[in-house]
Design a protein around this ligand. Structure first.
Ligand SMILES: *[C@@H]1O[C@H](CO)[C@@H](O)[C@H](O)[C@H]1NC(C)=O
Ligand SMILES: *[C@@H]1O[C@H](CO)[C@@H](O)[C@H](O)[C@H]1NC(C)=O
Ligand SMILES: [Ca+2]
Ligand SMILES: [Ca+2]
Length: 211
């Protein structure tokens, strides 16, 4: 049972890893509209439905609008798994349904030195984003069992990290991304309610919609 030892060794190693964290590029967030009622705020693992307009900061060109382009519908994405841009994960958390934000994303958290399609190399991007709806992410019993590598009905940090790695690799990201450590910490902060260092099956399954 190799995973028993992994789970018990990792916490000390983990402190060491996060201690040497590099400063990360920042996303600038401006709130354009905040609804009066806000019963729930977006967090990692949630699925968000958004309308968005993307502009080049350099000259203000609109390169994408979900209201004008494609099928003109808002789009779903899962927060915190780099499904869109790194800068979206940073810029769209803690957001209320109905809130509108202007999010300025440096190239390193967007399309980088290469650029992509209509996005020139090293572009800072500005998104105007309206959050239409928040839903619980896929939190099935099956995914808990899949993440729980040693079958002890609770998730340790290493198990969560292994899972993130797999998810990131599915989306074509390098398996050694340092953001995983930050994300694991964030996940434990939100999900490990009794702070015992594990996410129990109950903590995982029961999603508290905090005020
Ligand atoms: C803005 O910049 C982009 C990329 O450099 C360029 O393709 C576009 O023509 C520019 N638009 C204007 C209005 O200057
Ligand atoms: C992964 O590791 C390689 C080699 O150490 C490094 O060049 C690369 O930048 C790393 N990738 C990430 C996303 O940290
Ligand atoms: Ca476990
Ligand atoms: Ca716990």
């Amino acid at each position: 049972m190799i995973f028993f030892s992994i789970c018990s060794i990792l916490p000390s190693l983990f402190v060491f890893v996060t201690g040497g964290k590099l400063p990360e590029p920042e996303v600038k967030i401006e709130v354009l509209h905040k609804p009066f009622m806000c019963s729930r705020k977006s967090k990692y693992g949630d699925m968000l439905l958004v309308h968005h307009e993307g502009f080049l900061e350099s000259n203000g060109t609109l390169f994408f609008s979900s209201r004008k382009h494609g099928d003109q519908n808002p789009v779903w994405f899962t927060l915190g798994i780099q499904e869109v841009l790194k800068g979206w994960d940073k810029g769209l958390s803690n957001m209320c349904t109905g809130e509108r934000r202007k999010v300025t994303i440096p190239p390193s958290l967007a399309y980088g030195k290469e650029g992509k399609g209509k996005i020139p190399p090293s572009s800072t991007l500005i998104f105007e984003i309206e959050l239409m709806e928040i839903r619980n992410g896929p939190r099935s019993h099956e995914s808990f069992r899949e993440m729980d590598l040693n079958d002890d009905w609770k998730l340790c940090r290493e198990e969560v990290r292994e899972y993130l790695k797999k998810e990131f690799e599915k989306h074509g990201y390098s398996p050694n991304d340092t953001n995983h450590e930050v994300m694991v910490e964030d996940i434990f902060k939100n999900e490990d309610e009794d702070k015992d260092g594990f996410i129990s099956a109950r903590e995982f399954t029961y999603q508290h919609d905090e005020l």
